[in-house]
Design a protein around this ligand. Sequence first.
Ligand code: GDP
Ligand code: MG
Length: 394
Amino acid sequence: PKTAYVRTKPHLNIGTMGHVDHGKTTLTAAITKVLSERGTGTFVPFDRIDRAPEEALRGITINIAHVEYETDTRHYAHVDMPGHADYVKNMVTGAAQLDGAILVVSALDGIMPQTAEHVLLARQVGVDHIVVALNKADAGDEELTDLVELEVRDLLSAHGYGGDAVPVVRVSGLRALEGDPRWTAAIEALLDAVDTYVPIPERYADAPFLMPVENVLTITGRGTVVTGAVERGTIRVGDRVEVLGATVTLKAVETVVTGLETFGKPMESAEAGDNVALLLRGMPREAVRRGHVVAAPGSTTPTRRFTAQVYVLSAREGGRTTPVTSGYRPQFYIRTADVVGDIDLGETAVARPGDTVTVTVELGREVPLEVGLGFAIREGGRTVGAGTVASIVA
Ligand code: GDP
Ligand code: MG
């Protein structure tokens, strides 16, 4: 018999952000070192994180390093990026989908321009929880560090993060990496703060099920199977679902999940992040295709208009050489769907390659959308921009 898939701790995506040279990479390495000594992680040295591999996310190239580790209660995937431009692109495209962020601020330097910009970006793309690492505390003067802490709390409050409640932990990534017990304990305190302050995302338990369809297959004698990665919620065999097709004549088809597998193994239930195949009762093969969404009945309403933060790729990144103006009509790649849309730049009027702008989009057909959802913008078969849904316009 096939072995059932076993799940252990809840999984969260986090990342370090903050001004260049404030110690993000050193801290990331220190976290892996401390947890490797606890036996729940593998040490990843500074050099391996700093040489972040290039990745193409939604058609945009960014340098991003992924490390993973466990605390007593959770499994974390942690991202760190070398340059400010990598943060802007990664956050605007929603590529990392952070459940929480560790804002690294040097106790010696305090808030710097990129510190403030990353907090603003985090707010705009829907990162709701930030924990502060006041780094380089080994070299800082206590009174000055107190002032930096106040300044950081004010910055967070100004962006709606409730700065008084945010955990601020004084750490030294460098000394912890060297094995200093005092600063090793500080890293453990930081991890405890992340464990307790960043909640397990709703997608794990209560969020309504949603899966974008990547592929459709027919299994002779069994029926139609759709495959994809579960975006949120959970699904069990026997659950009712709706296939949202957004064709004019057939907006939604309700059916029942009669089989559930991951990598060829049967499962009882699947949740966010799982790659699954769903067998759908009585589903005609031609009624579902890539780009459709399988969701809990009534949980999502497809819409055409939304506002978004958009990054326009520079020519050097393979983007346009000329600016974009209102009336621009490219293709939008949203989840697995590909749909045309009109861009309205409002007061901004012109977006040059390399700019980040707020736009209003009207899609050619209805697509299930939500705040924080990332998408790519393509023209003539190449990516020219990427963005995140900021609000739905009724
Ligand atoms: P990033 O650009 O934010 O990733 O910063 P890095 O991790 O590359 O660190 C920048 C510089 O600060 C390096 O020279 C580090 O050795 C130094 N640094 C990082 N963390 C600490 C710390 O906790 N204490 C001290 N004194 N220096 C640190
Ligand atoms: Mg770095």
